[in-house]
Ligand binder design. Structure first.
Ligand code: COA
Length: 266
C-alpha cells in the first residue's frame, strides 16, 4: 500500500468529511484572491485528492462569508512582463485542468464573489452550486487583460457564445439568480445551506459505482473536445470497459436481487 503524506497548506484549509474533501481557499486579506502560491497549493490538493482511494468527491469553496475567490491576485498581475504573463496563464490553466480532469466529482460551492480567476476556478469544477449572495463575472477587460485560466474557452461552452461574449466584453457582474437562469451555476441555495447541499450532492454521487462515475466524467469532459463520431466511439469504449468491472456485476446483480448495490472504493 502506498501511503501519501497529506500536504500542508498556507492558503488553503482542507477538511476530510468522510469520503468528501472540502477545500477552502483562505486568504481573508484579499477576499481569497489566487496568487501563484495558492494555485500551486490547489494543484497539490487536487493531486492528493485524486490519488487517495478513500476520497470520492471534492468540494471547492471560499473561506469566510463574503467571497468564493475574488480573482487572480492583482498585486502579482501588476508586475508581469509578457513572458511572465503567458507563463502564469499556462500555469493557472494547468492547475484548473487538474481539477477538471479528476476522475472523481469536483463541486464548486460559490459562496460570494467569484470574479476573474475565481469564476474560472468555478468553471473548471464539474458542477456549481451557489449561495444567494454569489456574484460571478469575468471583468478582466476592465483591467486591460483577458481571462487567462481557461475562462474564454469554458464560459462559452457552458452558457453559449453570445452570452459568454456579453459577460466577458462588458465585464459585468452576474448575480446568482441570473447565473442559475443561464446555466452558469446548476442551482442557487440559501447561504447557510450551501455546504450542506454540496455535501448532499456529493453523497448522492458517492452511492453510485465509482468506475461508472469516472467513466461519465471522462466521456463528457474528453468527449466535449471531440467531434460527435469520435466522442461516441469514446462512449462505446468506456461502456465496453465497464462490462469487465466488478461495479457493473454488482450493480446489475443488486437490481435483480432487489437490494441496494454495494460498490467498493479502493
Ligand atoms: N487581488 C488582490 N487583492 C484583492 C483582489 C484581487 N483580485 N480583490 C480584492 N482584493 C483586496 C482589496 O484590494 C482590498 O485590500 P485592502 O483591504 O488592502 O484595500 C481587500 O481585498 C478587500 O477588498 P475591497 O475591494 O475593499 O472589498 P469590497 O467588498 O469593497 O469589493 C470586490 C470586493 C471583489 C468587488 C473588489 O475587491 C474587486 O473588484 N476586486 C477585484 C475583482 C477582479 O477584478 N477580479 C479579477 C482579477 S483578474
Amino acid at each position: 500500500m502506498t501511503v501519501i503524506d497529506a500536504p500542508t497548506y498556507k492558503n488553503l484549509l482542507v477538511e476530510q468529511r468522510g469520503a468528501v474533501t472540502v477545500l477552502f481557499v483562505n486568504r481573508p486579506d484579499v477576499l481569497n484572491a489566487l496568487n501563484r502560491e495558492t494555485l500551486a497549493e490547489i494543484e497539490a490538493c487536487a493531486r492528493h485528492f485524486n490519488a487517495d482511494p478513500a476520497q470520492g468527491a471534492l468540494i471547492v469553496t471560499g473561506a469566510g462569508e463574503k467571497s468564493f475567490v475574488s480573482g487572480a491576485d492583482i498585486n502579482e498581475l501588476a508586475v508581469l512582463d509578457p513572458r511572465g504573463a503567458e507563463e502564469i496563464s499556462r500555469f493557472g490553466q494547468r492547475v484548473l485542468d487538474t481539477l477538471e480532469r479528476s476522475p472523481k466529482p469536483v463541486i464548486a460551492a460559490v459562496n460570494g464573489y467569484a470574479f476573474g480567476g475565481g469564476c474560472e476556478l468555478a468553471l473548471a469544477c464539474h458542477m456549481r452550486l451557489a449561495s444567494e449572495n454569489a456574484v460571478l463575472g469575468l471583468p478582466e477587460v476592465s483591467l486591460g487583460i483577458i481571462p487567462g485560466y481557461g475562462g474564454t474557452q469554458r464560459l462559452p461552452r457552458l452558457v453559449g457564445t453570445g452570452r459568454a461574449l456579453e459577460i466577458m466584453l462588458s465585464g459585468r457582474r452576474v448575480k446568482a439568480d441570473e447565473a442559475e437562469r443561464i446555466g452558469l451555476v446548476n442551482r442557487v441555495v440559501p447561504r447557510e445551506q450551501l455546504l450542506a447541499e454540496a455535501e448532499k450532492l456529493a453523497q448522492a454521487i458517492l452511492k453510485n459505482g465509482p468506475l461508472a462515475v469516472a467513466a461519465v466524467l471522462e466521456a463528457v469532459q474528453r468527449g466535449l473536445q471531440l467531434g460527435l463520431d469520435d466522442a461516441q466511439r469514446l462512449e462505446s469504449g468506456l461502456f465496453g470497459i465497464l462490462a469487465a468491472s466488478q461495479d457493473m456485476h454488482e450493480g446489475l446483480k443488486a437490481f435483480l436481487e432487489k437490494r441496494p448495490a454495494r460498490f467498493e472504493r479502493k
